[in-house]
Design a protein around this ligand. Structure first.
Ligand SMILES: [Zn+2]
Length: 512
C-alpha cells in the first residue's frame, strides 16, 4: 500500500462585524503554525493547537500503524481569538501561503481543513468559502477534502460545494472538538475505500441568540442536534446542524443544516428538509432568559453576606471575547463595587496597560488605577478603582476543566487586583474565561468564592460544571458587542425578515 499523503491546514476566526478588525498579530498571538510544527503540536501531550487536528492525527496514526504509514503534509494552520473582520491584505497573504504549501506538495491523497467557518473579511462576506474554493482548485476535483467546522459557522453553499464532507461540532460548550477531528479522519478513510459522499444544505431564516444555542438537555438546539444524530445509519454519514454566529452579519447568516450521505443525494435532501422543518417549528423556544443588573447586584450582595447560601456564577454574555467582545466592559464591576459586594471574583478582564501598571508597582502595592485607559471600544468605559496587587504571573498554565482540559493556556502577563470585596484577574492576551483554571492558576480558590463573574457567553459552563449546578448560573443583561439582545444592533447584511428579530419571518420546505 502506498503511503497516504494528506494535507493539513486551517483558518480559524469568528468575526463580529461590530468589533475592531484583525490581522497577522492577532493570529500570531493565538495560533500560527507552519509545516512540521503542526505535526509536532498535534501529537504533543498538551498541544498548543486546535484539538480537532490532534483528533485527526490520532485516527490516522492508529489506522496506519503510527507516523510512518501515512504522511501528513502540514501546510499552514492559524487561529485568532474571535475579533472583527480579517483585513484583506493579511487574508490574501495567508491564502497565498496556503496555495504555495498545497501546490508544492505533489500527489496529495486528501486534505483536512480545520476551520471555524464564521470569518468575514474587510473585502468579502465569505473568506471561508474563498479558502475552500482555492483548496479545491489547487488539488483538483478528485482529491477528497474534509473539514471540521465550529457549530457557530455561517455556512455558504460555496463551502459545501468545494468540500466532500463537513463535520460540525455537536456540543456547545464545544467539548467534542477532538472527536470531530477523529470523525473527519474516519470519513476520509471511507473515501479512500471508495465511498462517495453527497451533501445537501438548508439555511433557515433563524438567527438564534447565542445564549439559546446551548446543547444541554432542555435547550431547543440540543434537542435538534440529538434528533439529527438519531438519524445516523448506514446511509447517513453525517448530520451537521450549525446554529451560526449572528454577529457576523452576513447574507449567509441563519441556522444551517448539512446532511451528508453515502452516495444518496435524495436521502440527504429529504433528511435535511425534515430537520429544518423541525427546527423551524420549534423556533419560538430560541429566546434569551437573562436577569437585570439590579437583580444580579442584589443576589451577589445576598450570597456575599450569607455563607449558607449556594454560591453564584454570573456570566456577562454581552462582553464575550469568544464572540469578538473586548473582555473589558465595566458595567458589572462598577455596579458590584458601588454595592460593596464581597467574596466575588471576576475572570478575566483584558487590559494590558493595567497589567503593566501592576507589574511596575509590584505585589502588595496599593494603587489608584484607571481600567481601560487605552481602550477605545464604545462599550469599554474607563473605570477608576483603588486596588491592591495580589499576584503577578506570566499567565501560562495547563487547563484541567472544560474546553481547556489538557491544553496549555497563555493569558500573557497577568495580575490579580483586589478592589473592595472583588478580585479581578487582569490579562494581556484577550480571551474568554473557560474554566475555574483561570482563577486557580492565579491563586484564587474558585470553590471559596461567594460569587464569580465570567466574561463568557456559554463556553464557561463546561469548565465550572464541577462547582456550579445550572440553577446557580445567571446571565446578566448589560450592553456589549455580543449582547444576546439582537434588536439592539444596526444590522447591514443579515437577510431579513429573520426570526426572532422579525416575528413575521416565514419558511417552508416547499420552497427549497
Ligand atoms: Zn463556537
Amino acid at each position: 500500500m502506498t503511503v497516504k499523503r494528506i494535507a493539513i491546514c486551517g483558518f480559524n476566526l469568528e468575526s463580529n462585524r461590530f468589533a475592531p478588525t484583525c490581522a497577522r498579530r492577532d493570529f500570531e498571538e493565538s495560533m500560527y503554525l507552519r509545516g512540521d510544527e503542526i505535526s509536532v503540536e498535534a501529537r504533543a501531550e498538551y498541544p498548543r493547537l486546535h484539538l480537532g487536528v490532534s483528533g485527526f492525527y490520532q485516527v490516522m496514526d492508529d489506522r496506519f500503524g503510527g507516523a510512518k504509514g501515512w504522511s501528513p503534509v502540514p501546510a499552514v494552520l492559524v487561529g485568532s481569538t474571535p475579533a472583527g473582520a480579517v483585513e484583506e491584505s493579511f487574508f490574501l497573504e495567508f491564502l497565498e501561503e496556503l496555495r504555495v504549501g498545497l501546490a508544492g506538495a505533489d500527489s496529495l491523497d486528501g486534505v483536512y481543513v480545520c476551520q471555524h467557518g464564521a470569518a468575514i473579511a474587510t473585502h468579502t462576506h465569505d473568506p471561508d468559502g474563498d479558502m475552500f474554493r482555492l483548496i479545491r482548485e489547487v488539488v483538483g476535483p478528485d482529491v477528497p477534502v474534509v473539514a471540521t467546522l465550529d457549530l457557530h459557522a455561517n455556512v455558504s453553499e460555496e463551502m459545501v460545494a468545494a468540500t466532500d464532507l463537513l463535520v460540525a461540532y455537536r456540543t456547545n460548550p464545544h467539548v467534542d472538538v477532538y472527536e470531530r477531528g477523529q470523525e473527519a479522519a474516519a470519513g476520509l478513510l471511507e473515501m479512500f475505500e471508495g465511498v462517495r459522499p453527497r451533501s445537501f444544505r438548508v439555511r433557515l431564516p433563524l438567527v438564534a441568540p447565542s445564549v439559546t444555542q446551548l446543547t444541554a438537555d432542555g435547550y431547543p438546539y440540543g434537542d435538534l442536534i440529538r434528533l439529527g444524530q438519531s438519524r445516523i445509519d448506514d446511509v447517513v454519514m453525517n448530520v451537521s446542524i450549525l446554529g451560526g454566529f449572528a454577529f457576523g452579519d452576513t447574507p449567509k447568516n441563519g441556522m444551517t443544516i448539512v446532511v451528508t450521505t453515502r452516495d444518496d443525494s435524495d436521502r440527504a435532501r429529504q433528511l435535511a428538509l425534515e430537520l429544518a422543518s423541525a427546527a423551524w417549528n420549534d423556533r419560538h423556544r430560541y429566546q434569551p432568559k437573562m436577569i437585570s443588573l439590579d437583580a444580579a447586584v442584589a443576589r451577589a450582595q445576598e450570597v456575599g453576606a450569607d455563607d449558607s447560601q449556594p454560591a453564584i456564577l454570573f456570566a456577562d454574555p454581552a462582553d464575550n471575547p469568544g464572540g469578538g467582545g473586548r473582555g473589558n466592559t465595566t458595567h458589572i464591576l462598577r455596579a458590584f463595587l458601588a454595592a460593596e459586594v464581597s467574596g466575588c471574583a471576576l475572570a478575566v478582564f483584558y487590559d494590558r496597560a493595567a497589567v503593566a501598571a501592576a507589574f511596575a508597582a509590584g505585589v502588595g502595592a496599593q494603587m489608584s488605577i484607571t481600567l481601560n485607559s487605552e481602550e477605545d471600544s464604545s462599550f469599554s468605559d474607563p473605570l477608576d478603582i483603588e486596588a491592591t496587587v495580589e499576584r503577578l504571573s506570566d499567565g501560562v498554565f495547563i487547563g484541567e476543566y472544560g474546553m481547556v482540559a489538557g491544553k496549555t493556556v497563555t493569558t500573557g502577563p497577568t495580575a490579580v487586583l483586589v478592589a473592595g470585596g472583588i478580585r479581578v484577574v487582569v490579562i494581556s492576551n484577550r480571551q474568554q474565561c473557560l474554566s475555574t483554571d483561570y482563577l486557580q492558576a492565579f491563586g484564587i480558590e474558585a470553590a471559596e468564592c461567594r460569587s464569580i463573574v465570567v466574561k463568557s457567553r456559554g463556553h464557561f459552563r463546561a469548565g465550572f460544571l464541577h462547582l456550579f449546578e445550572s440553577r446557580q448560573v445567571f446571565e446578566i443583561d448589560v450592553p456589549g458587542l455580543t449582547s444576546p439582545n439582537l434588536a439592539g444592533f444596526d444590522w447591514s447584511y443579515l437577510p431579513r425578515p429573520v426570526f426572532p428579530l422579525d416575528e413575521d419571518a416565514q419558511w417552508s420546505p416547499d420552497g427549497v
